[in-house]
Write a protein that binds this ligand. Structure first.
Ligand code: HPA
Ligand code: ZN
Length: 344
């Protein structure tokens, strides 16, 4: 049997990195109402309870429809600051020592919110969060794949003055029918400008989208990637090249990628030698932050203490931090295990 030392509080305390969280997906209904009030916006919901009741999804698209609509309450730099500060506080309570946070500039620039308003609010919150909470963070700008590549290219141009504030580019939104190969020019241009590269692939889309992300976009990590188990050659490639999958268990259940948590392939991937990590994706919509994701996966899949520590270690090793900063976090993890008496 699985003789676990890793109870809920030890899991929350475990030093870890979060690599797959959309800042727009951390908008809790309470803050949505507060911002709607502040910005004199009428919401199609009467109460926080009504909002939560609307969070029943059939698939990725049914979620995205609500998610993009809700983002309309984000108007000012202060709104983006407040959103990010709230996330950092939740992440801090779950032992997150470093976060690499997605934002979707086109969701905002398409509503005439300037790129600079978005990124300045995010950046100010991250700076202050580091001082106050000791969490470090980097920003990843995602291109919306349901929009044309031209829009991604012009977004990239808008980002260049803020190059130092953004570590990487990513690809998100409606996956099926929008293959990575459609964005080769935008990603080549981003790589030329010095951005690191990640991409959502293999969430609802086929293994070929994961191959394309790696081979045509130059992705260094794959966001989700859970459908990779359908292709043994792809799995071998992920293991050989130590490609990280940023897996989001509660998201995968809410969006019906797996019918129930006990069906999830996270443990299989981990035991195949894939560098898997656990993340929250859109925690305000999917029922929990990173700690809840670890706990739900542990309970349904019977993750061992060793599995849980491997997931935390993977998250640190897969960051875009430099080697010495990674080592500081790995040392912190080792100290935690020692103090807590966790034998691994
Ligand atoms: N997949 C694709 N796009 C997204 C997601 C996701 O899980 N969350 C927010 N945008
Ligand atoms: Zn995502």
């Amino acid at each position: 049997m699985n003789d676990t030392v890793m109870d809920d509080s030890r899991i929350r305390g475990l030093p870890k990195a979060e690599l797959h969280v959309h800042i727009e997906g951390t908008l809790e209904p309470e803050l949505m109402f507060e911002l709607a009030c502040r910005n004199a916006i009428e919401l199609p919901f009467a109460s926080v309870e009504e909002v939560r009741a609307a969070y029943e999804f059939d698939d990725l698209q049914s979620f995205l429809d609500i998610y993009y609509q809700a983002a309309d309450v984000l108007r000012t730099e202060q709104d983006f600051y407040d959103l990010t500060t709230a996330y950092l506080e939740r992440a801090h309570a779950d032992g997150v020592r470093h976060a690499e946070i997605f934002f979707d500039p086109q969701t905002h620039t398409d509503r005439n919110i300037p790129f600079s308003t978005v990124v300045t609010g995010l950046h100010r919150a991250l700076n202050e969060g580091e001082q106050r909470l000791g969490i470090t963070a980097l920003l990843i700008m995602c291109f919306l794949r349901h929009l044309p590549e031209e829009s991604a290219l012009s977004t990239l141009e808008e980002a260049l003055p803020f190059r130092d504030w953004i570590v990487a580019v990513g690809l998100d939104s409606s996956e099926v029918g929008h293959p990575p190969e459609d964005f080769q020019r935008a990603f080549a241009r981003a790589r030329e400008a010095g951005f690191r590269v990640v991409a959502h692939a293999g969430e609802e889309g086929p293994p070929s989208y994961v191959w394309q992300s790696l081979d045509l976009l130059g992705a260094e990590r794959i966001d989700h990637g859970v459908r990779s188990t359908e292709d043994p050659e792809l799995l071998a490639r992920l293991v050989r090249d130590a490609i990280t999958l940023t897996i989001c268990p509660l998201s995968n259940i809410k969006l019906r990628v797996f019918q129930q948590m006990s069906d999830h392939n996270l443990k299989d991937l981990l035991h195949e030698g894939v560098r898997a990590t656990i993340n929250s994706d859109d925690p305000a919509y999917f029922g929990g932050y990173i700690g809840d994701n670890f706990i739900a996966a542990r309970d349904a899949l019977g993750l061992s203490d060793n599995d849980i520590v491997t997931l935390a270690r993977n998250s640190i090793e897969a960051t875009f931090l430099d080697e010495s900063s990674k080592q500081v976090l790995l040392d912190e993890l080792a100290r935690y295990l020692e103090v807590q008496g966790i034998p691994v």
